[in-house]
Write a protein that binds this ligand. Structure first.
Ligand code: ZN
Length: 202
């Protein structure tokens, strides 16, 4: 059953989610929650969905980047972003145990900030320690777009949204993104927006 995705302003998106016990992870209720979140993510569509986004303050997120969503993108964009298909999986009680200082900046969106996007800096490489849906411990070493997805979803579990990290002058509606910015490289977008910044603001 697809669930309703809550939008920015709902307090659940700003609270720290709680961890699940091993029994809870293996429970029928969690199995059903994961199945419903998977369906909700496909329907949206999105590449990740955290439990707070469907109103549940739990440290659980589902992730999948499908081949069919990547197929139509420009090969150069895929290479720059390090975007490759990621099979469906669940992360529970995740902890980031390593984060590279080397960052990448790209436009990013969120199903809980529908219709908007902004450039967000994220580490290119990340190590996450978590549990899977069988309550087995997992270590994930991710890079590129998958590393970005993990950082975005784990932010949700801490009550953070991409607007807390974005280059705020690049925040725009998706329609305006398509009209004005999509065809430009991230560095050109930033340079153009910085050049129109009033010196008095600094
Ligand atoms: Zn999000």
């Amino acid at each position: 059953m697809a669930l309703r995705i809550v939008q920015a302003g709902d307090p659940v998106l700003r609270q720290a989610a709680r961890p699940l016990s091993a029994e809870e992870i293996r429970s029928e209720a969690t199995r059903k929650l994961i199945a419903d979140m998977r369906e909700t993510m496909y329907a949206a569509p999105g590449v990740g969905l955290a439990a707070p986004q469907i109103g549940m303050p739990l440290q659980l997120a589902v992730i999948e980047d499908r081949e069919e969503w990547i197929r139509d993108l420009q090969p150069q964009d895929l290479i720059e972003r390090g975007r490759r298909p990621v099979p469906f999986h669940t992360i529970i009680n995740p902890r980031i145990t390593n984060l590279s200082h080397n960052q990448a900046e790209f436009f990013e969106g969120c199903l809980s900030l529908e219709g908007f996007t902004a450039i967000v800096p994220r580490s290119r490489n990340i190590r996450v320690e978590c549990f899977d849906e069988n309550a087995q411990p997992r270590i994930i070493d991710a890079s590129g777009w998958y590393a970005r997805i993990l950082q975005h979803e784990i932010d949700h579990l801490r009550g953070n949204l991409y607007v807390d990290r974005m280059r705020s002058r690049t925040f725009c509606s998706l329609n305006n993104f398509k009209q004005f910015w999509q065809s430009k490289s991230v560095s050109i977008v930033q340079a153009e927006l910085d050049s129109t910044r009033s010196p008095a603001e600094e």
